[in-house]
Ligand binder design. Sequence first.
Ligand code: RB5
Length: 147
Amino acid sequence: MKVVIASDHGGMTIRAEIKSLMEEMGIEYEDLGCECSQSVDYPDYAVPAAEKVASGEADRGILICGTGIGMSIAANKVKGIRCALVHDVYSARMTREHNDSNVLAMGERVIGPGLAREIAKTWLETAFEGGRHANRIGKIGEYENQS
Ligand code: RB5
């Protein structure tokens, strides 16, 4: 599995934590920044990362900003992206099992690095259940392909 990771200035601590987790887990990743000492715009990081997942260049994406909200809104504008904003371990598991989310967003001003690590680990390790959930995701794709 290859993961693309990015954050704005509001998510740099958790981004470093998740990179260290992926190194421990032996997961290949690409870090798209930011290398920010000042304020940047989260869509400039969310969209390129989401495009890498949508094109198949990366299998999954992890995005962090202050709340996770801006990153998730921007990522979900990219066709084929199912970005889940997650701040608890239960949702991390469910969004993989039921939604086959391919991008995870978290907010560094909402949760700490320890919980973010547990969420990311669970999200990275959990497989999609398929079955009736695949049918539901297919309906999202059908709508997306009409526009
Ligand atoms: C930056 O101040 C902040 O707005 C951003 O990190 C994020 O929370 C947006 O949704």
